[in-house]
Design a protein around this ligand. Structure first.
Ligand code: SAM
Length: 282
């Protein structure tokens, strides 16, 4: 009998994916980790029954959460990734040869181990990169205590349930700010606003007192059904969100990275919000 994996996305919405093969399914100390194969989305990672990333569309999400803030900043030497256990964010960020160091703080070692074993098309050889310092810890505890400083911080967490819940609080964002150098940028995974408007509304509300410029940008990621996904943006320099097109073109050309979603034209356009999203920011 054909097997289907069902995800309860929201109170009144469920989504099922046909399971061609179960590659891994076990309970870690933190969460249930499943990796299955689906004919449309390729290999798919679920954590506690929530879809995290898919082989076929992960490039959209990872390109937009790495190249956009890194190229907006223009001189990223030190990058912080909170979460990101599948390695896709790390793999994309490391394509920037000028990037000197990445600290990745992941709470669940088994996600990294299983991604290396079953999702090589997503993580590649990123975990072997000498620029990486991989820390297995709670991201909130890390940003509260570290003495290290970063130019960009990417919060690539699960949704605000279970271990990811702490990563959507004002205390966490304040601790992230503490870790950013002047001119630093914080970007966050902030769900699908059509389906979960409160997630974005809450993040913007608690970020506003901490940063001079708080906004969000969008990209449609097929695996995250319900419309475009929102990425939170926070910095103390509004000019970072309005980098002139010629500067973006120069930086993108110098980075010499092949992308399939991000480009210097998509960059500013991603910040243009439809009314139903813009109203969540007011
Ligand atoms: N792209 C996915 C999304 O949009 O939901 C997120 C991908 S990634 C798999 C999410 C990662 O966050 C997981 O590996 C999970 O273990 C990690 N995570 C959750 N809570 C965490 C915490 N408090 N500290 C560090 N990592 C955490």
């Amino acid at each position: 009998m054909t097997e289907w994996i069902e995800e309860t996305l929201h109170r009144n919405l469920r989504m099922k994916l046909k399971v061609d093969r179960v590659l891994y399914d076990a309970q870690s100390a933190e969460q249930r980790v499943q990796i299955i194969e689906n004919g449309t989305l390729g290999r798919v990672l679920y954590l506690d029954g929530v879809l995290q990333t898919c082989e076929r569309d992960e490039f959209i999400y990872h390109e937009m959460l790495t190249h956009l803030p890194i190229l907006a900043h223009g001189r990223v030497q030190d990058l912080l990734i909170i979460g990101g256990g599948d390695g896709g964010m790390l793999e994309e960020a490391l394509k920037h040869r000028a990037l000197g160091h990445v600290t990745m703080v992941e709470i669940d070692p088994s996600v990294v181990a299983m991604s290396k074993a079953y999702l090589p098309s997503i993580c590649g050889e990123a975990f072997a990169d000498p620029r990486l310092d991989l820390v297995f810890a709670d991201g909130f505890a890390f940003v509260r205590e570290t003495e290290r400083r970063y130019d960009v911080a990417i919060v690539d967490s699960t949704d605000p349930i279970g271990p990811g819940e702490a990563l959507f609080t004002q205390e966490f964002y304040a601790a992230c700010k503490r870790c950013l150098r002047p001119g630093g940028i914080l970007v966050t995974q902030n769900g699908v606003p059509f389906m979960q408007p409160d997630e974005l509304r809450n993040t913007v509300r608690v970020l506003r007192p901490l940063f001079a410029d708080v906004h969000c940008y969008l990209a449609a990621v097929p695996g995250y059904v319900g419309g475009p996904m929102a990425f939170g943006w926070a910095s103390d320099d509004p000019a970072l969100r309005r980098v002139p097109q010629d500067a973006l073109q120069r930086r993108f050309a110098a980075a010499d990275i092949a992308t399939r979603y991000y480009n210097p034209e998509v960059h500013p356009a991603a910040f243009c919000l439809p009314g139903y999203v813009a109203e969540l920011l007011t």
